[in-house]
Ligand binder design. Structure first.
Ligand code: HGY
Ligand code: MN
Ligand code: MN
Ligand code: MN
Length: 402
């Protein structure tokens, strides 16, 4: 093995990264994109990249890069978290990239660069930092995106200092590898150590608003109300029924955020805005679900005398992982954890889905204890973290000599 990775240093950096935005509940973190802890964590990463001899830079959206000279393999993920996040979601892949880039530099090769993309967790959309970098969306459109409090992406990224005026040229990279926690139950329940990702499901994400009539909660008879929260409830029941003969057991859809205005006990709300997100491995099915969603929203509005509007739809198509890179990960997994690995689809979205627009990409999963993620309780056994790092490092070597 040319690259001598140092698991002790890797684990130490993982735990240091966890301190930025530590929630004080378990190992949880609160490190949303562009928050003070997120910016501080990125500045810490920039120092680590520089210490490793990599050229450091922040791109125009605040993704932080550690660049090797000339052509290199890119390894990374994201270091921003969900509003209530786990300590490993994204962080694992970022610190894997740091450790392998550092060890490769110490070994005199192969050339490995590292990155932590910004706003993968979609405070402003979904995987915004890598989508802008990969050209899936342009900076001007991204700048118009807002978070649930109305803060624009433009104002958020203006909080970061020393952002470069231009993006890193993707042509300097030969491919992208991302290690990530599985965020589901399958590896952990099977007692397996590694997942080699075959493809990432597609996603659609938008906001829907029903407007009715704000009124007094005590004096307005039920039959005379136009309560948009009731409209949303009816919409949810109807789409669940209408999805029945369209979806598979792998299809998911979620309303994770509801904003009821003005949000007082004694006021029949006038407006209800809610997130609508759906995911599946097939583009056709995603399209069919979008049709049902739009038709049902229109029908509920018409039947109940509401107005209905939708935000721009953000969509990412299902993405296959590169076969050659998958094979290198599989061979390394068989070497490091014989018989304790599998190929599997990713139900979670990742930066690799954006980067796949530009170059070959592949992903490796390590188990999530009890399959928990996007929650403070997210965790992975230390030996599984180290196994993931070892498989990644070995796969890098296999690809560099192939
Ligand atoms: O939601 C996702 O799939 C990712 O974890 N942001
Ligand atoms: Mn993630
Ligand atoms: Mn996540
Ligand atoms: Mn009153």
């Amino acid at each position: 093995m040319m690259i001598q990775i140092r698991p002790d240093r890797f684990l130490q950096d993982l735990h240091t990264l966890r301190q930025f935005g530590a929630a004080g509940v378990g190992k949880g973190v609160v490190r949303p994109a562009y928050s003070d802890p997120d910016i501080a964590a990125r500045e810490w990463l920039a120092e680590r990249y520089a210490d490793a001899g990599l050229k450091t830079r922040f791109d125009p959206v605040g993704s932080v890069w550690g660049l090797a000279k000339g052509q290199s393999l890119l390894i990374g993920s994201h270091s921003d978290s969900q509003p209530e996040g786990g300590w490993l979601d994204g962080a694992l892949g970022v610190v894997c990239g740091l450790e392998i880039a550092r060890a490769a530099m110490e070994a005199g090769g192969p050339a490995v660069s590292a990155v932590s993309f910004q706003d993968e967790e979609g405070r402003f959309g979904v995987t915004t930092g890598s989508r802008v970098w990969s050209g899936a969306t342009d900076l001007k459109s991204a700048d118009r995106l807002t978070d649930t409090q109305g803060l624009s992406f433009a104002d958020a990224r203006a909080r970061m200092r020393h952002l470069a005026g231009d993006f890193v040229d993707y042509k300097r990279f030969t491919g992208f590898l991302e290690a990530h926690i599985e965020q589901g139950p399958w590896l952990y329940e099977a007692g397996e150590a590694v997942g080699v990702v075959t493809d990432i499901v597609g996603i659609r994400d938008m906001r829907i608003t029903f407007e009715g009539e704000q009124n007094h909660a005590g004096t307005t008879p039920m039959h005379r109300r136009r309560d948009p929260l009731q409209a949303m409830a009816r919409f949810q029941v109807l789409i669940a029924e209408r999805f029945r003969n369209v979806v598979t057991p792998q299809t998911v859809w979620t309303t994770g955020h509801v904003d009821v205005h003005p949000g007082a006990h004694s006021i029949v709300p006038g407006r209800c805005t809610f997130s609508m997100q759906w995911r599946d491995g097939e583009t056709e099915r995603l399209k069919k679900m979008e049709e049902i969603i739009r038709d049902t929203a229109g029908e509920v509005a018409e039947d109940g005398g509401f107005s209905v509007s939708t935000s721009d739809l953000v969509g990412i198509e299902p993405v296959p992982m590169d076969a050659r890179m998958q094979a290198a990960l599989g061979d390394a997994a068989e070497d490091v954890a014989p018989g304790r690995w599998r190929r599997m689809q990713s139900g979670a979205l990742h930066d690799a889905a954006s980067v796949a627009r530009l170059m070959p990409v592949a992903m490796l999963f390590v188990p999530s204890i009890n399959g928990i993620s996007h929650a403070f309780a997210e965790d992975t056994r230390e030996e599984d973290l180290v196994t993931g790092l070892q498989v990644m490092a070995q796969a890098v070597e296999r690809m560099s000599v192939a």
